[in-house]
Design a protein around this ligand. Structure first.
Ligand SMILES: Cc1cc2nc3c(=O)[nH]c(=O)nc-3n(C[C@H](O)[C@H](O)[C@H](O)COP(=O)(O)O)c2cc1C
Length: 209
């Protein structure tokens, strides 16, 4: 029953301690939290990049309004969605399902066609928007999983997507940077850790109909 406690503990970390690194064991836990995230149809049409290289991080910081989290956090996690849906992506998903659930590929083909038809009716922009939304679900799980381990994180949209695509060579992979999350440990002199949470009151946020 620590979930709410963890959510109160976490905050969008502005200043990380550059000396404190996330252990490999914790990183594997966080990867699983991302892997197990829900996604529409279960397609997971995105790639998650974990950036460690300090030189690349410096370039990315310049493309992120010079926000220090980009270089100072232990890892920089970048969620990048696929810009289009290929027939192969759906077929791969059907194959994964068949293998995981012990079913015949041919019995699931109809479901694959349904997905292709449903998503095929979207415009390119709609599809990209849809794919990008999935990454936010994964990011939310990453942030909550971090809080469980008392690892700090900062969800971030304040970066130049075109520049990220260029620096990381995402265009040629058909990917687009969607949202990013530096993760690591807060600096003791990050004043914002002491700020009270600002949230709309429950009475205003909810409506029971
Ligand atoms: C999608 C998204 C984008 C954000 N972008 C940034 C950002 O670029 N830089 C930053 O310092 N904080 C960023 N934030 C953090 C929010 O400002 C913060 O989560 C919000 O004010 C609530 O505060 P808390 O997370 O400390 O509870 C972002 C949050 C979200 C969800």
């Amino acid at each position: 029953m620590k979930f709410i406690e963890n959510m109160k503990w976490r905050y969008a970390t502005k200043k990380f301690n550059p000396k404190k690194q996330i252990s490999n064991k914790d990183l594997e836990f966080l990867k699983q939290a991302i892997q197990l995230s829900v996604s529409s149809y279960g397609l997971q049409l995105y790639k998650v990049l974990i950036i460690e290289d300090p030189k690349i991080r410096q370039q990315l910081r310049a493309a992120s309004y010079n926000q220090s989290q980009i270089t100072d956090a232990s890892k920089l996690v970048i969620f990048a969605h696929h810009r289009s849906l290929t027939s192969k992506a759906v077929d791969d998903f059907i194959t994964r399902t068949a293998l995981a659930q012990g079913k015949n590929f041919d019995d699931l083909k109809g479901y694959g066609s349904h997905i292709k038809d449903a998503l095929g009716s979207k415009t390119e922009n709609e599809l990209e928007h849809w794919a990008s939304k999935q990454t936010y679900l994964a990011m939310a799980n990453l942030i909550n999983a971090c809080a469980e381990l008392k690892i700090d994180a900062c969800p971030m949209e304040g970066f130049d997507k075109a520049e990220y695509n260029r620096i990381l060579g995402l265009n040629k992979l058909g990917l687009q940077a969607s949202v990013i999350t530096p993760i690591g440990y807060r600096s003791s002199d990050d004043e914002t850790q002491h700020f009270k949470k600002v949230r709309r009151p429950i009475s205003e946020l909810f409506e029971t109909i």
